[in-house]
Write a protein that binds this ligand. Structure first.
Ligand code: ZN
Length: 264
């Protein structure tokens, strides 16, 4: 019998051939990387942009059919650049590090102890939180190219120990969401997604994954389609959320709400 090549040596070769990079700036990750995923140059801004707590406030988004929603970051600065680099910059491999940040910041997984390692999620030892992970389907699918939500779902599924399923598809594309107002987005997304015929999610607790949550219209429409296919409940997670920050810093995708009459 041939002796097995040690896994550690294989990992070493993989890292040498395909070195991991900081998703926020593209720089090479070294031994000084935070949690094996963030370079020292980006660490300060990365910490400032964390969405703490990860749970998204109802007033900032228009959710329906969603049990709860969470994001690791605010959609600003280096987080915005990282997502755009993955989606349009031809660097989809950063999805791995971004998904690992979501696993650590949203699900409390233990961070990787070195570059190239994966976080450890201890919750999977007791009882899996979800029956399956489902990515939001891309609005403009490219043949043979997996969208960012699917790449995130695959890595998160690996870390959390939950299988990935892809029952959703875009039924009515409508107009691009980013061209629309908040109200128009809700109307445009409603009924836009459906589950493939024969998809049976009966009794399943679904974790729906998207890259950015703005109004919540897209994830809510997806959640509705999943519930119609039998899902018991749908929780949503994303890398980032576009909303106003509690400290008043940062930009938002819509105007600040009028102050209440009861405020000073
Ligand atoms: Zn960096």
């Amino acid at each position: 019998m041939r002796p097995k090549f040690p896994t550690a040596a294989l990992k070493h070769i993989e890292l040498w051939l395909f070195p991991r990079r900081c998703p926020f700036c593209g720089g090479l990750l070294g031994a000084d990387a935070l949690h094996g995923t963030v370079c020292p140059n980006c660490a300060e801004e990365e910490a400032q942009l964390r969405h703490i707590p990860p749970r998204l406030p109802e007033g900032e988004h228009d959710f329906y059919a969603v049990k709860e929603a969470a994001a690791a970051y605010y959609y600003e600065g280096i987080v915005r650049s990282a997502i755009l680099r993955c989606k349009r910059g031809g660097c989809p491999w950063f999805a791995r590090e971004l998904a690992d940040r979501v696993a650590v910041l949203v699900f409390g997984a233990l961070p990787a102890h070195a570059v190239g390692e994966q976080p450890e999620y201890l919750g999977s030892v007791t009882m899996p939180l979800y029956s399956c992970i489902v990515p939001v389907p891309p609005r403009q699918p490219r043949p043979g190219v997996p969208g960012l939500p699917l790449l995130l779902a695959r890595r998160l599924g690996k870390v959390l120990g939950v299988p990935v399923e892809t029952p959703l598809y875009l039924k009515n594309p409508g107009r691009p969401q980013k061209e629309l107002t908040r109200e128009e987005r809700l109307r445009n997304a409603k009924g836009a997604f459906a589950c493939q015929s024969g998809a049976d999610l009966s009794g399943k607790r679904v974790l729906l994954v998207d890259d950015i949550i703005t109004t919540g219209a897209t994830v809510s429409a997806c959640a509705m389609a999943l519930m119609q296919a039998g899902a018991v409940d749908v929780t949503v997670v994303s890398i980032a959320a576009a909303e106003e920050r509690a400290d008043g810093k940062g930009k938002t995708n819509r105007k600040r709400k009028k102050p209440s009459l009861f405020q000073g």
